[in-house]
Design a protein around this ligand. Structure first.
Ligand SMILES: *[C@@H]1O[C@H](CO)[C@@H](O)[C@H](O)[C@H]1NC(C)=O
Ligand SMILES: *[C@@H]1O[C@H](CO)[C@@H](O)[C@H](O)[C@H]1NC(C)=O
Ligand SMILES: *[C@@H]1O[C@H](CO)[C@@H](O)[C@H](O)[C@H]1NC(C)=O
Length: 209
């Protein structure tokens, strides 16, 4: 039993490293974050300190979870919330941080939605955001606590529902948020600033970035 678990753990690193997804002529991929932000990494906004963070996917091998986190270049860590607490993690034998990269940055879109309407977004390719308790997750963000926070979207009403983000040392849950989509045919050059200027205040309050 113990030996079996060890073999399983040692095989996991390959599961989603350097995974590539395509949509039409566009593609994105997840690559191992080694402390250097690749040139084609996708920013997710600015956190409360004004730092631009990047979209990460964090694998916690001990609890067999994979979900979205905020990669902070200044510390070389990913800020996540897991088991109810906010943590900053690095790559180590039990943790793998991947970073979202694409040369088709304009194909990404943050789509404003609510939990109850998420299933209606059938014309969007939502970017997969890992798996927790057998649920396939997505990647979401909101403005909260004076900055943009990014985290995991649980799509179904199972144990969790909504967006869970790091907040005040623990976590915060939102039922209205923006979810990350990738669609080549929706490529719009003027969308790019959504990624680079996470600090802008929209006229509608919390969900405009
Ligand atoms: C997309 O790829 C097809 C061939 O697969 C090509 O004919 C088309 O011109 C490409 N479109 C763009 C916008 O690059
Ligand atoms: C770390 O990643 C960067 C960007 O992807 C790459 O240019 C660099 O060669 C990598 N460094 C190491 C030591 O792997
Ligand atoms: C945002 O605000 C504009 C007016 O300022 C309004 O017309 C629009 O319906 C609002 N959108 C949402 C999603 O609240």
């Amino acid at each position: 039993m113990a030996a079996g678990a060890l073999v399983f753990l040692s095989l996991l690193p390959c599961v989603f490293m350097d995974t590539k997804f395509t949509s039409g002529n566009c593609s994105y991929h997840w690559t191992l974050y080694n402390g250097t932000i690749p040139e084609d990494a996708i920013p997710g906004g600015r956190d409360v300190s004004g730092e631009t963070f990047y979209v990460g996917l964090v694998q916690l091998k001990l609890i067999n979870e994979v979900f979205a986190g905020m990669i902070l270049p200044s510390s070389g860590t990913a800020r996540i919330t897991s088991l109810g607490i906010t943590r900053e993690v690095k790559n180590d034998p039990f943790t793998i941080i991947n970073i979202l990269c694409s040369s088709d940055k304009e194909a990404f879109e943050w789509v404003s939605t609510k939990s109850e309407n998420l299933h209606l977004l059938t014309d969007h390719n939502l970017v997969g955001g890992g798996k927790v308790l057998g649920q396939d997750l997505y990647i979401g963000r909101v403005r909260s606590d004076g900055g943009i926070v990014l985290g995991k979207v649980f799509p179904h009403r199972f144990i969790y529902q909504g967006l869970y983000v790091p907040s005040k040392g623990v976590f915060a849950q939102f039922m209205s948020y923006q979810v990350l989509a990738f669609n080549c045919k929706d490529k719009k050059r003027d969308k790019e600033e959504d990624f680079d200027f996470g600090g802008r205040n929209g006229e509608n309050g919390t969900l405009e970035f």
